[in-house]
Design a protein around this ligand. Structure first.
Ligand SMILES: Nc1ncnc2c1ncn2[C@@H]1O[C@H](COP(=O)(O)OP(=O)(O)OP(=O)(O)O)[C@@H](O)[C@H]1O
Length: 242
């Protein structure tokens, strides 16, 4: 897979009152092949829209989105696990049987690795929030995505469960070559997970901060300087007139 390049990308929506809003406006950025890229930015700055364009769920109105060839095998994970309540954990993680082509062997390995082996026959309402999100991660990973898109996947979890899932995701990223694009509002999570941290501002990329610390990264470390860099970019934006 090549780097993903976006040039002057715009996406407009028309509101019920007829007003046109630009979720993305002339957005140009690149995502390095094989990187763990994190996207931060204030509410409404276009993060989810960007992810939906990357996922192919929407098309840009203007500009180009170039994968350097064909679209890579893509997995998407949202803030909620989106498991089907009438299916067991096992059947949920193998839902791709219905046409998406995952690997049952891999699903079995991941269920073990993510501590869900004894819950194969459980139903979603018998799982904690963290377990349900793990099941969603297993479902996505067992399709062996080359591009993994994650929209605030751990936002609804408590501090400790979130850290555990961050650990598991980093371990998986080290094991399996893929590009991850991960949206979060949590700067601690951004600087812990991200190699490239893109700061979005009003539909564009407002700046980029990099963290070359090797994985796995400990939960507490001197990442304050990185957080300060991100906050500076966000602060500068506050000064920009509307
Ligand atoms: N389907 C839609 N119809 C109309 N407007 C939309 C639609 N989707 C997004 N928008 C608007 O586009 C802008 C960007 O939305 P988007 O969801 O991409 O932002 P975000 O940065 O992900 O926000 P948050 O952090 O709150 O999830 C917002 O002003 C939003 O109201």
């Amino acid at each position: 897979m090549s780097d993903i390049r976006m040039e002057d990308l715009s996406r407009f929506y028309t509101l019920p009152d007829g007003k046109r809003v630009a979720a993305l406006k002339g957005c140009s950025l690149s995502i390095r092949d094989g990187s763990f890229t994190v996207i931060v930015g204030k509410s409404g700055c276009g993060k989810t829209t960007l992810l939906r364009l990357l996922a192919g769920l929407e098309r840009p109105d203007e500009g180009t989105l170039d994968f350097g060839g064909s679209r890579p095998r893509t997995g998407v994970m949202f803030q909620t696990p989106r498991l089907l309540p009438w299916l067991t954990v096992e059947d949920n993680v193998c839902i791709w049987r219905h046409g998406m082509g995952g690997s049952a062997e891999l699903a079995g390995q991941y269920l073990k690795a993510f501590g869900l082996d004894s819950f194969r026959k459980a139903y979603p309402d018998q799982l904690s929030g963290g377990m349900a999100q793990r099941a969603a991660l297993v479902r996505t990973l067992s399709c062996q995505p080359r591009l993994l898109l994650m929209d605030e996947p751990f936002a609804a979890l408590d501090y400790f469960t979130r850290e555990k899932l961050q650990d598991e995701l980093m371990a998986q990223y080290v094991r399996q070559p893929m590009t991850i694009v991960f949206i979060t509002h949590d700067l601690d999570e951004a600087v812990r997970l991200g190699q490239d941290i893109l700061v979005m501002h009003k539909g564009c990329c407002g700046g980029r901060v990099t963290n070359e610390e090797p994985y796995p990264r400990p939960s507490v470390a001197g990442r304050m300087a990185l957080k300060t860099d991100i906050l500076h970019i966000l602060e500068e934006e506050k000064e920009t007139p509307l």
